[in-house]
Design a protein around this ligand. Structure first.
Ligand code: CP
Length: 331
């Protein structure tokens, strides 16, 4: 595996190996071990054409904890504003020594274009492209879910999948690359997925997806779910025609205080509430839900560093994920 572009084409053994390697990396990501020297002399470029807090900073932290050099590029303030193309920008950065390019772009397909064009030789990692995919978000979500599933079942999380786990993905599915990447990866790992959304926020063709579609969050919660993944309402990608009022959205599709109270009263103590961030508090999730003991929002952020360390390590170690040696030397 040279590039990480999507979860739709990520084989199960490679996905499990990334998650297992992330378990090994988590001691380093949590600073219990200082750094690993495994990517010393390698350069990771963060090439961001869209804003980001979690993804960009955690890729930077991940690369540095593997001893790589990091170059951060934001399109804002760069020669992109003078009309420089993706090809010329990427080739310019590779000429400065990039071994891996972590790219976020507003255009769906930009990372695949960069990887398949022959413009550069560097490894390409998709850090979110348009409404298409966000594979490392799905991997860190799967890592978080796998730990939850192992705890619920009293088993070890390493080496396992999510067979039988029930996950509800709720909200603005239409614009969500997180929803798409999660669906493909969760199905690969054996979880059952229900997508819950207003009809106007479901993409054409979603009825063909390998999941249950529902418009009714309360019915989905009443049926029992092990994890509820709330999605950000992406106001910047939609016009008013798509969107119910804030109050209607919150009461019908938001994880609000009433739903939190109902879940607490249900006896389903193990059910977690997830959100990839950034959150619209009071819209798709209430503050009480976001800050409750069920919330894994900050665990997801923490796990993101370990998962991105694993992905960079396996990709830059050469060949397939399954061919890479386990990291051992710490300093
Ligand atoms: N979840 C996520 O992609 O967050 P950022 O946009 O802050 O990177």
């Amino acid at each position: 595996m040279k590039h990480l572009l999507s979860t739709a084409d990520l084989a199960k053994p490679d996905a499990v190996q990334i998650l297992d390697t992330a378990e090994e990396m988590s001691a380093v990501s949590l600073r219990e071990v200082k750094k690993l020297p495994v990517l010393r002399g390698r350069t990771v470029v963060n090439l961001f054409f869209e804003d980001s807090t979690r993804t960009r900073i955690s890729f930077e932290a991940a690369a540095k904890r593997l001893s790589a050099d990091v170059i951060n590029f934001a399109a804002k303030g760069s020669s992109v504003s003078k009309g420089e193309s993706l090809k010329d920008t990427a080739q310019t950065l590779e000429a400065m020594g990039a071994d891996a390019v972590v790219i976020r772009h507003w255009a769906s397909g930009a990372p695949a274009r960069l990887a398949g064009s022959g413009w550069i030789d560097a490894t390409v990692v998709n850090a979110g492209d348009g409404t298409h995919e966000h594979p490392t978000q799905a991997l860190l979500d799967a890592f978080t879910l796998r730990r939850t599933w192992a705890k619920l079942n009293g088993t070890a999380s390493t080496g396992t999948d999510l067979a039988g786990m029930k996950v509800a993905i709720v909200g603005d599915i239409l614009h969500s690359r997180v929803a798409r990447s999660n669906l493909w990866l969760l199905r690969t790992l054996g979880a059952e997925v229900t997508m819950v959304a207003p009809p106007t926020l479901l993409p054409v063709g979603s009825r063909e997806w390998p999941c249950t579609i529902s418009y009714d969050l309360d019915a989905t919660l009443a049926a029992g779910t092990d994890a509820v993944m709330m999605l950000r309402v992406q106001g910047e990608r939609m016009n008013a025609a798509y969107f119910p009022s804030t109050q209607e959205y919150s009461s019908r599709w938001g994880f609000n205080d009433l739903r939190l109270a109902a879940l607490d009263a249900s006896g389903r103590d193990g059910t977690i509430i997830m959100h990839p961030g950034p959150m619209n508090r009071g819209l798709e999730i209430s503050s009480a839900a976001a800050d409750s003991p069920r919330s894994t929002v900050l665990d997801q952020v923490r796990n993101g560093v370990a998962v991105r360390m694993a992905a960079l390590y396996l990709l830059l170690s050469g060949g397939t994920a399954s061919a890479a040696p386990a990291p051992t030397a710490a300093q």
